[in-house]
Design a protein around this ligand. Structure first.
Ligand code: PRX
Length: 661
């Protein structure tokens, strides 16, 4: 049984874990940082008005900062702009055409491309002209299902140029997921590619798309980018090769001017796949979204004109939309795009890329960091990573040990680490350190970004004081917030606005400490209730990962006749080691010592892998099914469905033993 928000008495969540390490910004970093301490002294209105004017070029200025009709916000009312103009054209006009927009590294060794802003502009204009020939215009919904190639960014920008909202579907999803999303938005065009590369093998994007299109009648045209060149089935009258579409098209920007859009025109839908069941169609609009992503990118990542910035996420997730494509390009940043997996052909591939391009800013997820931890630091040690001066993390709470490992082994013990909390819904980072200002604490996302009003509430909807824990809420609208679910206002209202009147409830648990720092505790559905103590999964997981033998851990609750719920831990050991009864005792004692006997796991299941979504989040929902001997729920969003069967069989055995004890 999972704990429902609002059940129980007193504290919403009990917090037990205490982390004492502190890292002040290095003085030379602090001196040159984009964000200086006075950034926190501006008012909400002043901050966002100034940023909107400074970071974005408007065809027509906005008249009003925002309008708030609960639960819908509008920002920069009356403003007209085009995101493609901001991300591409204006940089070329300003003489930066020769600056590199993307260094692209294909997965097969030696396949590289350098895309300048001028080249990007030509590619975008040609594709936009091609799409126009297919009937795409302002308001036409376009689906995109591609791998990590520069053309994916080109496709998004071409849509933005025309004012055609896009719907990017991660290029690893199934035909059903793809057709579901295409049908929901009634896409008229799909842009895809023949195949993509993944861990040395090809993934059949076009074949999957063909299957999806068989049940997506709204799609009239399918544009196919040729990546691997292997033969694929093309349907006459519907399908057209990217090259054939763009070759005759003009690359002159004047031949396809950027459509002036209203601030509140739809930019894209992105279906959050996550750990919940039915995907939510999250809508982002133009002006507020661009201001939000460009501003956060500038200050949090401290990007400079000569930065080589690498966000190692996939463009198919919101992290890629906001921090590979729109934020960095708006700020005229040189980025890296890598096509494949971190272990192809070897486990040092990422570090080779960082050394080659002299990357100074790396942004990745706790899951990726823990994977590198599991593989060991020797792969990074083979390379010169001294160009790195800032590290970022996103996607899940980061365990203090993973944070420290990242700082020490990747950041050379000097690069500040910014743990950034946000969601597909928030569009941009909401809680994060500012690297030249904030003294960081491993495991804490630190403080709300300027112009963001975050708080933690208890069950009764009162703000908890320092040291308290409960539900993370956002009290004021922000420019890049979602503008609802596409065609589903009731679910939007119900999901975020029904728990506490007037504030956005993010679904996450958090603690605020005596310095006002936020510590994210995971999804509230994952909280475990042991003898009336509500314990967050992340704290127990962090205590487990703190043990030197442990690479990764995930915990969940199972029903227990005595304590209400009992803690079950799923643990992956470093270096592929097998578990033993002794290790089980050691780890149970370790958790008891770190956070108290109440948190001692009742059972530990050793497993070589944990079940994760495609974006790297641990699916505790499935672990709960295993722990409670239930049939497994929906596994379609799992990255590797085999993992959960393996865990289920190990779990059944060990849990049966544990329960007999
Ligand atoms: O639970 C939080 C977790 O990821 C959720 C949002 O997931 P998604 O919409 O897929 O977006 C991921 C990329 C922004 C949040 O509700 N989450 C994200 N970042 C953090 C985090 N949890 C703790 N710390 C973070 N830095």
């Amino acid at each position: 049984m999972s704990v429902q928000p609002g059940s129980g008495q007193g504290h919403a969540i009990d917090t037990l874990f205490s982390e004492e390490r502190r890292y002040a910004p290095p003085p030379d970093f602090a001196r040159q940082a984009n964000a200086q301490p006075d950034i926190y002294s501006k008012s909400f209105d002043e901050f966002w008005t100034d940023e909107a004017q400074q970071r974005v070029s408007w065809f027509e200025p906005f008249e009003k900062l925002y309008e708030w009709k609960l639960p819908y916000a509008k920002f920069f009312l009356g403003g007209k702009l085009n995101i493609c103009y901001n991300c591409v054209d204006r940089h070329v006009e300003a003489g930066a055409g020769n600056k590199v927009a993307y260094y692209w590294e294909g997965e097969p060794l030696g396949e590289r491309r350098v895309v300048t802003f001028e080249q990007l502009q030509k590619d975008v204009v040609k594709l936009a002209n091609g799409l126009k020939r297919l009937g795409v215009k302002k308001g036409t919904p376009v689906g995109v299902y591609m791998g990590m190639v520069p053309e994916l960014a080109v496709a998004m920008l071409a849509c933005a140029r025309l004012g055609a909202p896009h719907n990017v579907v991660f290029g690893g999803f199934s035909a059903d997921s793809l057709s579901g999303r295409l049908n929901d938005m009634e896409c008229e065009v799909l842009i895809t590619q023949d195949e993509s590369w993944r861990r040395g093998k090809t993934f059949p994007l076009k074949a999957v798309a063909n299957e999806a299109l068989a049940s997506a009648p709204s799609v009239k045209h399918c544009v196919v980018f040729g990546r691997t060149g292997n033969p694929v089935e093309m349907k006459a009258g519907r399908d057209v090769w990217w090259d054939e579409l763009v070759t005759p098209a003009s690359d002159d920007p004047a031949s396809c001017p950027c459509e002036p859009l209203d601030s509140e025109d739809l930019l894209y839908l992105l279906y959050s796949s996550g750990t919940t069941a039915k995907p939510k169609a999250i809508a982002h609009t133009t002006g507020g979204y661009l201001v939000g992503v460009a501003t956060t990118h500038h200050y949090i990542f401290d990007v400079k004109p000569d930065s080589i910035y690498w966000c190692a996420a996939d463009i198919g997730w919101v992290t890629g939309h906001s921090y590979i494509v729109y934020g960095p390009l708006c700020n005229q940043t040189t980025g890296v795009i890598y096509e494949g997996t971190p272990d192809y052909p070897d486990r040092d591939r990422w570090w080779d890329i960082i050394e080659r391009y002299k990357v100074d800013i790396l942004y990745t997820s706790p899951t990726a960091i823990r994977t590198h931890m599991k593989w060991g630091p020797e792969h990074a040690q083979k390379h010169d990573l001294s160009s790195l001066r800032l590290l970022g993390s996103v996607g899940e709470p980061i365990n203090p040990e993973a944070w420290i490992w990242y700082r020490e082994h990747i950041g050379g013990g000097k690069a500040p680490v910014v743990d950034t909390w946000w969601q597909t819904e928030t569009g941009a980072i909401m809680i994060s350190a500012l690297p030249g200002i904030t003294t960081t604490k491993p495991g804490s996302a630190t403080r709300p970004f300027p112009g963001v009003e975050a708080a933690v509430y208890n069950n009764a909807g009162e703000e908890v004081g320092p040291g308290g824990a409960g539900y993370l809420v956002l009290k004021k609208p922000w420019p890049s917030m979602l503008r609802g679910f596409y065609r589903d206002p009731e679910r939007y209202q119900q999901t975020y606005w029904s728990r506490f009147p007037g504030v956005y409830f993010a679904g996450d648990g958090a603690r605020v400490d005596e310095d006002g720092y936020f510590w994210l505790l995971g999804r509230v559905d994952d909280v475990i209730n042991v003898s009336a103590h509500r314990i967050s999964t992340i704290e127990i997981e962090s205590a487990l990962v703190d043990h030197p033998a442990v690479a990764e851990a995930a915990v969940c609750g199972r029903a227990d006749a005595t304590t209400g719920q009992a803690i079950v831990a799923f643990v992956t050991l470093k270096g592929g080691a097998e578990g033993s009864p002794e290790m089980m005792t050691t780890l149970r004692d370790h958790v008891a010592k770190k956070i108290g006997a109440i948190a001692r796991p009742a059972n530990i299941v050793f497993t070589p892998e944990l079940p994760k979504t495609r974006s790297g989040k641990i699916m505790r929902r499935l672990l709960r099914d295993v722990a409670e001997h239930r049939p497994l729920g929906d596994t379609t969003t799992l990255a590797d469905a085999g993992v959960v069967d393996e865990i289920a069989s190990r779990g059944r055995e060990l849990l049966a033993k544990g329960e007999e004890e």
